[in-house]
Design a protein around this ligand. Structure first.
Ligand code: NDP
Length: 296
C-alpha cells in the first residue's frame, strides 16, 4: 500500500478538546451546557448503534443530550408537534432527527419542520439556502450556514492533505442532499473543477480516471474500482457497508490505496469524524444563541 491514510478517528480525537473547551465556555457564560435534543422514531437497528456512538461523544465533549423516542407507529402530526415543542424550548440548542424515518412519514415535510436555528445537521432548506449561496468557505462561515455533517467530515479530511485544491479535477459520485451534492459544492468553493456523477452517468470509470480528487457517496460496496484511480489522487470514501472485519466503503480500498496518494479507510475514516462535526455544530449553535440572548 502506498497511500497515506486519512484517519478520521485521529482527527476527531484532535478536535474534541477544543469543542469541549468551547462547550465549557458556553456553560460558564449562561449557566447551562449546550443541549442537543435527539428525536428517534421507531427502532432502526443501525441508527440505534449510531445514536449510542453520538451520545458517547456528547459526554466526552460535555454536551448534554436528551432522547425523545417515539414508537414506530407515531403519526406525522405527533412528530411535527414534538419538533414544534423543541423549537420553542429555550434550553435546546440543536435538534437531531434520526434517520431513516419510517417510510409512512413524509421525510422531507418532517425535516422542514426542524427549527432552522437549531438545525445542527444542516439539512433544512433554510440552511441549504445560506450554504449554496456561499462562494467560499469564508462566506459560508460569515452567513452562519452549517455544512451537512458528512460533507463537513469529508472536507476536514481533504484539508488534512494540505493539497492546494484550486484548479484540480474533482469527481463526486452520488448526489444526495446530505452527502454528494454538498460535497460537490464545498469542492467548488475550494475552486476545484467539479463533476457530479450519479446513477445515470455514462462512463463513470472514465470520469473517475481523470480525477485528482474522488469523493464517493454512492451506497454500493466497492463500486469504485482500484484501477479507476489516477496515480496520486486523493480518495474520500463516505460509504459504510457491513460491520466488524467485513466493513467496506464505496471504494475498493485495497486496490485504490496502491494508486492514491491519500485515502480514507473504512472504518475509521469519514464516519467517526462526522459525529464530531455534528457536536461542533451543536456548540456553534449554543455559542450563537448565547450571544443573541446576551445581546452581544
Ligand atoms: P443515497 O442513496 O441518498 O444516494 C446515493 C447516490 O449515489 C445517488 O445520487 C445515486 O444516483 C448514486 N448512485 C447509486 N448507484 C450508482 C451507480 N451505480 N453509479 C453512480 N452513481 C450511483 O445515499 P447517501 O448519500 O445517503 O449515502 C451514500 C453513502 O454514504 C452510503 O454508503 C451511506 O452508507 C454513506 N453515508 C455515510 C455517512 C457517514 O457519516 N460516514 C452518513 C450518511 C451516509 P441517483 O441520484 O441517480 O439515484
Amino acid at each position: 500500500m502506498s497511500a497515506k491514510l486519512l484517519k478520521g478517528k485521529k482527527v476527531a480525537e484532535r478536535l474534541k478538546p477544543d469543542i469541549k473547551l468551547r462547550a465549557a465556555a458556553v456553560s460558564e457564560n449562561r449557566g447551562s451546557p449546550p443541549l442537543l435534543a435527539v428525536i428517534a422514531v421507531g427502532k432502526d437497528a443501525a441508527s440505534q448503534t449510531y445514536l449510542r456512538a453520538k451520545l458517547q461523544v456528547c459526554e466526552e465533549v460535555s454536551v448534554e443530550a436528551t432522547v425523545e423516542s417515539l414508537p414506530e407507529t407515531a403519526s406525522e402530526s405527533e412528530v411535527l408537534a414534538l419538533l414544534r415543542k423543541l423549537a420553542s424550548d429555550p434550553t435546546v440548542d440543536g435538534i437531531l432527527l434520526e434517520q431513516p424515518l419510517p417510510p409512512r412519514l413524509d421525510a422531507r415535510r418532517v425535516v422542514e419542520a426542524i427549527c432552522p436555528d437549531k438545525d445542527v445537521e444542516g439539512v433544512t432548506t433554510a440552511n441549504f439556502g445560506r450554504f449554496y449561496a456561499a462562494k467560499t468557505l469564508a462566506d459560508m462561515r460569515a452567513s452562519g450556514a452549517l455544512i451537512p455533517c458528512t460533507a463537513d467530515s469529508i472536507l476536514q479530511l481533504l484539508l488534512e492533505t494540505g493539497a492546494d485544491v484550486a484548479g484540480l479535477d474533482a469527481v463526486v459520485v452520488g448526489r444526495s442532499n446530505i452527502v454528494g451534492r454538498p460535497t460537490a459544492h464545498l469542492l467548488s468553493c475550494l475552486n476545484a473543477t467539479v463533476t457530479l456523477c450519479h446513477s445515470r452517468t455514462h462512463d463513470l470509470a472514465g470520469h473517475v480516471r481523470r480525477a485528482d480528487i474522488v469523493a464517493a457517496a454512492v451506497g454500493e460496496p466497492r463500486l469504485i474500482q482500484g484501477d479507476w484511480i489516477k496515480p496520486g489522487a486523493i480518495v474520500l470514501d463516505a460509504g459504510i457497508h457491513g460491520s466488524g472485519k467485513e466493513m467496506h466503503g464505496d471504494v475498493d480500498f485495497e486496490a485504490a490505496s496502491r494508486a492514491a496518494a491519500f485515502i480514507t479507510p473504512v472504518p475509521g475514516g469519514v464516519g467517526p469524524l462526522t459525529v464530531v462535526c455534528l457536536l461542533d455544530h451543536v456548540v456553534f449553535s449554543a455559542e450563537r444563541r448565547t450571544r443573541q440572548s446576551l445581546g452581544a
